[in-house]
Design a protein around this ligand. Structure first.
Ligand code: ZN
Length: 664
């Protein structure tokens, strides 16, 4: 592992301890082999002047909710060092009281909560303290004679701390261990099965000691675990049945009690792991470090041919584990796995949100690599079930359960929107995403692959796929891609459409007629047909069809469009009848005069308005309520139809047109 310290960059921060702290914290955060998603913490001790003009010693320590990779000065709350040192002297302190006391000792009460390892940072008598959960060191300690190997490797350079739970108990343990210690030869501390600390009076030394210790462990592993390097037989075909994945997600969501996103990883390393003969036994021992249990639960589910049996086994096991370790006063968490080894297929990660599933997926990448390395060195050994249970059921985690938070309405749900690159489709995709859904957004236009809720960043809740909805192969391919990414389909917004040139029946070009029917009608039937098996496995599934005001109130010159939309409405009505048995709701919207779409440019608007002798403004608001109807208005109603508000309604046709005499 290379040191990323750069003298030139660091020069700008020299003499500013907090700025230096931010700099090297970010260097640590850059390596996922050191810390993952908010793991690890760092601190610096400094003198500050308080409001009374007095000098005060404080510990700037990583605040909760911050990630080392992106941390800023604001991510380091200042805590009075004196209070932390006094807390360290207590014989007993609950973690709830510890958090409360740490909070009361903060210079700025509105800063984020200090790390639960703040007291431990405080008692280490060096200015800079760095703490990571380095894979190499934790893996080495997770082998049968791990501690002995680490002692051989590091000698007296580090202090060894047996595994105890993070928080006050760990701080107290370390306080006892360092009572008569000579710090002068120490570079760090190895926390068995947990991680590593390094320290020094300057930022560079503390950081480079971390890199150095971890590199030693990495080199050792490289030398001693050559047989861990498994490669996948390249001739092996990729097997993936998206319906089976949707079935797995459906069962897991039921166990969880809410919709969950599921992401299938079929990369070589994930598939190779799922193909191991002993995958059952090496997966069921426990996580890389107990910290991960909050994200991943203790072990993954193992799924083979019988999905129901696998999930029943997992949940029964989970309840046994809870009953065995529950002292009597704890609330059982949901028994749904957060990842699953799907034999011969790969690994599935589950999450309440796409972000949660991504974090689980990253953790499992490191976990499976470390398990295989440790297996090559005698076996994967982790702390006892009780130790892992104690972290999972930590009092601070349990107290979060009582705080009901309101969830976005579509959290964990997956929506598919067609014609999503512009206009109503794009508005629907973004509204669903904003309300918590993961969205598979299809369009024939290339720009769909760049669809994002923010202008400058890709958005992992939106999967834009170029797809010609009149082509059944394209549809099937897009569904497989979408389901692999998010696990299923709960909501279909069938929107793709074209508005053909105005032609009377007498002058109708057969091509105009055929194309309109093909895109505006037949493609919807094909898409719906392809989605039905997924919707049947969906969570509170719903279909929203974007039809047209032309259905109840057609106009001359638009037969090709109106007939197709009327057919589409009839398709929706029949679908509502046919799919009610599967609890799939099918409702239709009839928008009119939505001008903020791709087909309406300023120029065409002005031309049309002129044709009626109206201003553009008058033309846009030509309805009973005299209001402009926008893509967002239609999208909001589409979301309502797909959500709980219309949970008991199917077969509806709702005009969204500002009021129209002919429709009323
Ligand atoms: Zn830690």
């Amino acid at each position: 592992m290379q040191s990323l310290w750069n003298d030139k960059e660091a020069l700008a921060f020299l003499g500013h301890p907090l700025k230096e702290r931010v700099y090297t914290s970010r260097l640590l955060g850059k390596s996922t082999n050191l810390v993952l998603h908010g793991g690890g913490n760092t601190s610096v001790k400094a003198q500050v002047q308080n409001l009374f003009g007095e000098q005060e010693k404080v510990l700037y320590v990583k605040g909760s909710g911050w990630d080392l990779a992106t941390i800023e000065e604001a991510g380091f709350p200042a805590v009075k060092l004196d209070t932390l040192l006094r807390l360290a002297q207590l014989e007993q302190l609950s973690d709830t009281d510890m958090v409360r006391m740490q909070k009361s000792a903060m210079l700025d009460p509105s800063a984020p909560n200090p790390s639960v390892e703040a007291i431990l940072h405080a008692i280490i008598p060096f200015t800079f303290v760095d703490h990571t959960h380095a894979d190499a060191i934790v893996t080495l300690s997770n082998t049968p004679d791990g501690e002995a190997r680490l002692r051989d490797l590091f000698g007296n350079r580090v202090l060894f701390v047996p595994y105890v739970m993070p928080g006050f108990v760990l701080a107290k343990k370390v306080r006892h261990l360092i009572r008569d210690i000579d710090w002068s030869n120490l570079e760090g501390m190895v926390l068995l099965h947990h991680g590593v600390f390094t320290f020094a009076d300057d930022a560079k030394t503390s950081y480079e000691r971390m890199i150095n210790l971890v590199t030693c462990a990495e080199d050792y592993l490289e030398e001693h675990s050559a047989s861990a390097k498994r490669t996948l037989n390249p001739g092996l075909p990729q097997v993936f049945d998206p319906i089976k994945l949707a079935e797995i997600r459906s069962r897991i969501s039921t166990v969880r009690g809410k919709a969950m996103v599921a992401t299938l990883d079929t990369t070589d390393s994930a598939r190779a792991f799922s193909l191991l003969n002993n995958v059952d036994t090496i997966s069921n021992r426990g996580p890389l470090t107990p910290d991960h249990v909050i994200r991943t639960k203790r072990i993954p589910a193992i799924i083979d041919h019988d999905i129901d049996q696998a999930i029943t086994d997992f949940t029964q096991n989970y309840h046994h584990y809870f009953d065995k370790h529950n002292p009597g006063n704890l609330t059982c968490l949901d028994p749904a796995p957060r990842w699953a080894v799907w034999k011969n297929h790969g690994i599935i990660s589950f999450g309440d949100t796409v972000n949660d599933a991504t974090i689980v997926s990253d953790i499992k990448d490191h976990t499976i690599a470390c398990i295989q390395t440790a297996e090559a060195m005698g076996g994967w050994r982790v702390p006892s079930q009780q130790d892992i249970f104690d972290v999972e059921y930590w009092e601070l985690e349990q107290s979060k359960l009582n705080k009901q938070k309101s969830l976005p309405v579509f959290e964990g749900k997956v929506a598919l929107v067609t014609g999503a690159a512009s206009g109503i489709g794009k508005a629907c995709a973004l509204s669903l995403r904003q309300q918590g859904a993961a969205v598979i957004a299809l369009d024939i236009a290339e720009q769909i692959t760049h669809l994002s809720a923010s202008h400058d960043a890709p958005d992992n809740n939106l999967l834009g796929i170029k797809c010609d909805v009149t082509n059944i192969d394209d549809i099937n391919q897009a569904l497989a891609m979408g389901v692999k990414q998010f696990g299923g389909i709960d909501i279909l917004v069938s929107n793709a459409g074209i508005f053909p040139l105005s032609e009377t029946i007498a002058e109708m070009d057969p091509g105009t007629w055929d194309k309109s029917l093909n895109v505006n009608l037949t493609s919807h039937q094909q898409m719906l047909k392809a989605c039905i098996p997924f919707l049947q496995l969906g969570i509170d599934p719903a279909v929203v069809i974007i039809a047209s005001k032309n259905v109840p109130a057609p106009g001359p010159g638009a037969a090709a469009y109106s007939v197709a939309k009327a057919g589409l409405t009839q398709l929706g009505r029949v679908a509502a009848l046919e799919l009610a048995g599967s609890k799939i709701r099918v409702n239709m919207l009839h928008p009119n005069a939505v001008f903020d779409t791709g087909i309406w440019t300023e120029e065409t608007l002005a031309k049309r308005a002129g044709h009626y002798g109206l201003s553009v403004e008058e033309y846009k608001t030509r309805n009973l309520l005299q209001v402009e109807v926008t893509s967002n208005d239609v999208a909001n109603l589409a979301c309502a139809l797909a959500g709980p508000l219309f949970a008991k309604a199917t077969g509806l046709q709702i005009p969204i047109d500002g009021g129209n005499e002919r429709v009323i």
